[in-house]
Design a protein around this ligand. Structure first.
Ligand SMILES: N[C@@H](CCC(=O)N[C@@H](CS)C(=O)NCC(=O)O)C(=O)O
Length: 267
């Protein structure tokens, strides 16, 4: 039964017809909120609205820029379930908070043991280990993925976000990283690199015999990281890219996304 929580979830607005976020960080958290069946409403923000609103509300920054300025980012949540509202930013910190505040052994994203598992029950993954695997995504997959999604992300920006976004690429769309045109050797090479990076993940999933998820029969934090990455490619990737991904590893990634469908809804 859904928990009667009162949570405001801050996400980045874009002009995708299904409002599929251009942020894998907010997508991951949205899927976790859905999976854990927590009640929440979304407040959609344009890029330039994040900092002034968060400063006003008291939502903390998540990074310090090289020039010393503070960086405010989505996702963030305001949890007003209890008398004292809780304001929290950073997707991993929010996920840990939700797990602690609203524990549900059936829907744990950081289970103490692989859920539904008996034979591999000695394998334990702490939140810090999940974070380590997540880092692997950002250092291994994302550098290759960027060229396939950045143009789509740019195109999905709302008018109100475009100015801020463009200033980050030196004011010139020509600086947005893109993969070489289809049919070229360079493009084939880039696709091959991405396929290999995903193959590594597929091999890890293959290690368990109990389900389609990394740790067995139920998804855990790293699955939501993986789902957000795949959905970024599906919603904002270059045309034809998702069709190609669907053919990899006997259709593993299409089936993986399909299995997660109930948690991918946007509310
Ligand atoms: N470590 C943060 C990173 C979040 C992040 O970088 N969010 C981006 C959107 S993808 C953001 O809000 N950027 C605001 C800006 O660039 O001004 C998390 O996991 O939540």
């Amino acid at each position: 039964m859904p928990a009667s929580t009162k949570i405001t979830f801050y996400d980045l607005i874009c002009n995708h017809p299904e409002k599929r976020s251009t942020s894998p960080f907010t997508s991951k958290l949205r899927y976790i909120l859905n999976y854990k069946q927590l009640n929440y409403t979304t407040q959609w923000l344009q890029l330039g609205e994040i900092e002034p609103l968060f400063k006003k509300l008291g939502i903390p920054h998540t990074a310090v820029m090289p020039d010393g300025s503070l960086k405010y980012t989505v996702p963030a949540i305001m949890d007003e379930t209890s008398k004292e509202p809780v304001l929290i930013a950073d997707s991993y910190e929010i996920a840990k908070y939700l797990e602690k505040m609203y524990p549900d052994p059936e829907r744990a994203v950081f289970p103490a043991f692989p859920s539904g598992s008996s034979s591999t029950a000695s394998v334990q993954m702490t939140p810090a280990m999940h974070a380590l695997v997540e880092k692997h995504f950002y250092t291994t997959i994302y550098p290759v993925l960027r060229g396939f999604v950045m143009w789509g992300i740019w195109e999905a920006q709302t008018d109100g976000s475009r100015g801020v976004w463009l200033s980050r690429v030196g004011g010139d769309v020509a600086n947005i990283p893109r993969v070489p045109a289809s049919g070229t050797e360079e493009r084939k090479e880039a696709v091959g690199k991405l396929r290999d990076a995903f193959q590594g993940l597929g091999d890890a999933i293959e290690q368990n015999t109990e389900g389609v998820w990394f740790m067995g029969s139920r998804p855990t934090y790293v699955d939501f990281v993986c789902l957000a990455t795949l959905m970024l490619l599906k919603a904002h990737g270059e045309e034809g890219m998702w069709e190609e991904v669907k053919t990899w590893e006997g259709g593993r990634w299409e089936a993986y996304v399909k299995a997660a469908e109930p948690w991918l809804v946007i509310v």
